[in-house]
Design a protein around this ligand. Structure first.
Ligand SMILES: Nc1ncnc2c1ncn2[C@@H]1O[C@H](COP(=O)(O)OP(=O)(O)OP(=O)(O)O)[C@@H](O)[C@H]1O
Ligand code: SF4
Ligand SMILES: [Mg+2]
Length: 349
């Protein structure tokens, strides 16, 4: 019997203070990167500092045991949100509460260790995130050793064996190296490693994007089973709406660092409000089941160093008017979903 308690075992204790409240609350999260030229060049060329607003005022909540998916085109800030949530980045503004606790304040103190144990991340490329020179046993055991969770060789082996089984691999696999596995199996190993500290919240950044379609489904099903068994909470990042539809409870659509729509999955797929959400859905023919006219896909994501004024989507939007290019729409609750669009607010679409 392992000494590390699964969330299902700890849930009773953890629930009391937070019962009924969201486990994760992101409020006004923002991250700005300084991408200026080197100091000397700037002085000689009389250039100002260049700031890139990768994430700008993102707020959402995730209930315990649920999945929020974040979607959006490349560069819209999804991975930056992920890195903010696990404490790899310090926010420029705003923050995150985890189980009622200010996470970014805690990350800086001794409490941060406990919190890092409860929040883990899975990356897109399992090969890059697994040390090729280590055997699987050491890869999965590392987070346990780092957090002082298990002592004794046999206890560690037993726990690693359990974790491998929980992701559909064999305990016999623990003596192998990452290159001896397929891509899907390697991603299962990263999931087992992420589960080693018995976390409650998993931030999954495109966990299946590098895999073949058939293998993607297997890994997604394992993730769903693990969620059910352990009461896990997921933030799931993907640019693939078919995947998002399969795994999420709520969906947040991002455009140039901001959330433009946040809704329950069924609502978002049945009645997408924001023109950008419609454009994303319309790019996938079989998902277009609403009977409305299609929003033509047009244009490209603007340069984040020089974002459009007003609504950042206005150069690509077929419903844009003068207000759209002048005034940035706020994310408002409209008909039970949150949408940032003047035309939706005005009832024009
Ligand atoms: N460390 C960094 N320094 C400077 N700019 C960065 C850094 N990380 C991200 N960016 C920029 O911030 C913006 C958001 O990047 P991010 O990686 O979060 O997007 P993404 O939605 O995950 O994209 P993708 O779908 O391609 O993974 C991009 O313009 C990117 O170039
Ligand atoms: S605010 Fe205007 S430009 Fe932006 S999505 Fe809505 S209609 Fe289009
Ligand atoms: Mg990314």
């Amino acid at each position: 019997m392992s000494a590390v308690m699964e969330p299902s075992q700890t849930r009773g204790a953890a629930r009391t203070p937070s019962a009924g409240k969201p486990l994760v609350v992101a409020h006004d999260l923002a991250k700005t990167f300084d991408v200026s030229a080197p100091w000397l060049n700037r002085v000689l060329e009389r250039k100002p500092r260049t700031l890139l607003h990768a994430v700008d005022g993102v707020s959402f909540e995730i209930e315990r045991g649920k999945t929020l998916a974040l979607v959006g085109e490349s560069g819209c800030g999804k991975s930056t949100v992920a890195r903010l949530l696990v404490g790899l980045y310090e926010p420029t503004r705003g923050g995150m509460h985890f189980d009622g606790q200010d996470a970014h304040a805690a990350f800086k103190t001794a409490e941060g260790r406990k919190l890092r144990k409860r929040i883990q991340m899975i990356f897109q490329d399992p090969y890059a995130s697994l040390n090729p020179r280590w055997i699987v046993e050491d890869i999965i055991a590392e987070p346990m050793r780092e957090h002082g969770l298990l002592s004794g060789k046999e206890a560690v082996k037993a726990r690693v064996g359990e974790l491998l089984q929980s992701v559909g691999l064999s305990p016999l696999d623990m003596v192998k190296y990452p290159h001896q596995f397929s891509g899907g199996q390697r991603q299962r190993i990263s999931i087992a490693r992420a589960l080693a500290t018995a976390p409650e919240f998993l931030v999954c950044d495109e966990p299946t994007s590098a895999l073949d379609v058939s293998v993607q489904a297997q890994v997604l099903n394992i993730m769903k089973d693990l969620q059910r068994e352990r009461g896990l909470t997921y933030l799931f990042i993907s640019h693939n709406l078919a995947v998002v539809r399969h795994v999420s409870d709520q969906v947040g659509v991002m455009y140039l660092g901001r959330l433009v729509e946040l809704a329950d999955k069924a609502e978002l797929f049945a009645r997408p409000r924001h023109p950008y959400t419609r454009m994303l859905l319309d790019a996938i023919p079989q998902m277009h089941a609403t009977g409305r006219s299609r929003t033509p896909v047009q244009g490209e994501v603007p340069n984040p160093l020089n974002p459009p004024t007003g609504c950042a989507f206005h150069p690509r939007c077929p419903h844009a008017n003068a207000r759209c290019s002048a005034e940035r729409p706020a994310l408002l609750s409209i008909g039970g979903v949150r949408v940032a669009c003047h035309a939706v607010e005005e009832g024009r679409i």
